[in-house]
Ligand binder design. Sequence first.
Ligand code: TNX
Length: 528
Amino acid sequence: MTDLIPAPRDIATTTVTGSGEVRLTAHSRLSAGTGTEGTGHWLRTTLRQATGLPLHEGRELDDAGGDGIGLRLDPELGPEEYRLVSDFSGILIEGGGAAGVFWGAQTLRQLLGPDAYRRAPLGRDRVWAVPHLTIEDAPRFRWRGLMLDVARHFMPKEGVLRYLDLMAAHKLNVFHFHLTDDQGWRIEIERHPRLTEIGSWRARTKTGHRASPLWEEKPHGGYYTRDDIREIVAYAAERHITVVPEIDVPGHSQAAIAAYPELGNTDVIATDSLSVWDTWGINPNVLAPTDNTLRFYEGVFEEVLELFPSEFVHIGGDECPKDQWRRSETAQARIRELGLADEDELQSWFIGHFDAWLSARGRRLIGWDEILEGGLAKGAAVSSWRGYAGGIAAARAGHDVVMCPEQQVYLDHRQDPGPDEPVPIGWVRSLEDVYRFEPVPPELTPEEARHVLGTQANLWTEVMEDHARVDYQAFPRLAAFAEVAWSALPAPEERDFAGFEHRMTAHYRRLDALGVAYRPPAGPLPWQ
Ligand code: TNX
């Protein structure tokens, strides 16, 4: 029962209270103190579904009694820190902030056993018990992220909400929402309706693994309306998850150019003949560095800021081939006019424009590590994906960093060398590899290391056409990643992977109850 993932900082079961347990019954009450009402609502709703117990409101904390649950703030604790005590007076969860109480509630759900993850009670005769114990816990990093690419394959809104629940269950708190790419534009922008009218569908897509019966070509698309986005952001906020939107510029933009051909390098190619891209890889059709493009994207970002309250806004910046800029007289004129050395500096100027634009509106820019090339914009933070190098350089220059190196935490990469993997791309990233991933490179001084805001796992979905495939790539590795992001694990070679695997046995039962189509640790793979 106490096989918690991610592992808490401290768990004590041998307190003076002895070896009893708290049993939730039809009489158990739940009291949520000031500032914890949101978690109270979440916990009551979630546990009512799973247990069928009413968990009526307790009038006061003490009213929770010996079989109740109390939630309250304790200003002595850090904002995400919590203490969970189960003893003869019931279960008390205290957090430094509302988020801390929420993470404590997630721990309580794990303690109640796998059936606490179901959406309806299996029967009235279940026992819902938590052993007497004390847990003290707090996260290692404040950015515990998951990136989901909904551009390569659209994930309908319900699937996104489900992923937010899965993130919360693993105490992850930043959802990096990759909303645009060459293969699709997924967010409604009122002032530029063609972005979704044209940009959200591609006529042809290759789905599945070549060797699988799912391999077929068919149209693909979809997008989120503004209200869908509002709902996703609100749902995330209820779970103490921040949604960081990504609008990828100036590369990975063919869907936008297909919708508005004037955004492309019209003096180099006939952009009006481009359609939403239907293959994968690095695309040569990038945005033209013109005033028109800047104004267009300022309009896009204005609407994005209205919908997303997050401090950080991701502007992509990755994999922007410079060939068209080299050949474009318009781009070359801009380079001369700005007195720039080359096309790298032109990209840097482009990103710098949005850095200043976002800063003026009280937000902060974050981009993939290519934004270091040609000079990093003043306030920019970096998602270090091509290994650690970009992150190290950025941290040394005083910029904040999120570590997400493809060598460790790209969950689209295969997790086993066997011939049966449905996604035979990338290097092998086993569960153990992810568990031994260290987000802070030893090269950094403690001062520099303070710029590592945290870490993020990335789910690129070129070869994940539905949520079962996303689940298969994400799990169980995301559970290992969550422990890396949350728990203060020792150095990689000293980590107790066998102990983690042992705790996973209990965690697989939770994932089963949640209906997660994870890669099974043994036995036939789902399609065999
Ligand atoms: C590189 S990571 C990309 C993505 C691909 C991914 C596939 C990054 C910033 N760019 O466009 O989907 O590799 O692993």
